[in-house]
Ligand binder design. Structure first.
Ligand SMILES: [Fe+2]
Length: 198
């Protein structure tokens, strides 16, 4: 994939073609077609041809030809993180037009903000000190701070929480309190050091 930057669009859990998600998540649609058309329209209202989109998993429940038709309608170049419902081969997704697939992506902003992109939320990203985790999977499940911020370390970009519309990474960064995260990490560091002395 090309480099991630502040203009990269992020979205997770579109679940195109998934009838049950309408009921599970209380999505305001009466059919798959209505849901899919709404999400395509929302997507193309912000993403323009040539833009980059990082999809954080659970892309589609449709068969390959229907999925391909949906992806063909979506603007932009799509890179993807594997979700737990993305059960086909890498080639299957590449044949849809997905540019690249990843388990995890890391990125550091010009302000030295560290981001780890995953499908599942990282409970405590101890492997990635001072990092914030942007993820999906939780859908509309609430959070510690609010629905989007499950913990101060997590930002949930599931479609339900972002009005089914891809959101620019630069906008997400504004919602994350990196100063708070740094302080929390410093506390963890000092506890670690204190306990090491006893
Ligand atoms: Fe999902």
């Amino acid at each position: 994939m090309t480099n991630i930057d502040h203009n990269t669009f992020i979205i997770a859990d579109t679940h195109f073609g998934h009838l049950s998600i309408i009921k599970y998540e209380g999505r305001p649609f009466s059919s798959i077609d209505e849901m899919d058309d709404f999400m395509v329209e929302k997507w193309n209202s912000v993403v323009k041809p040539g833009d980059d989109v990082l999809h954080l998993g659970d892309l589609t429940y449709h068969n390959q030809s229907k999925s391909k038709a949906i992806i063909a309608r979506l603007n932009g170049n799509i890179d993807m993180i594997w979700g737990n419902h993305d059960r086909h081969s890498e080639k299957w997704y590449q044949d849809l037009g997905i540019r690249s697939l990843h388990r995890i992506k890391r990125w550091t902003s010009f302000k030295n903000e560290r981001i780890v992109f995953t499908h599942f939320p990282l409970c405590q990203p101890f492997s990635f000190p001072y990092a914030c985790n942007i993820h999906g999977h939780l859908h509309s499940v609430g959070g510690y701070f609010n629905k989007r911020l499950w913990t101060p370390f997590n930002y949930n970009a599931s479609a339900e929480l972002i009005d089914y519309t891809p959101i620019k990474l630069g906008e997400i960064l504004k919602a994350i309190d990196f100063e708070f995260i740094r302080k929390e990490w410093d506390k963890i560091e000092s506890r670690w050091n204190d306990e090491g002395e006893n």
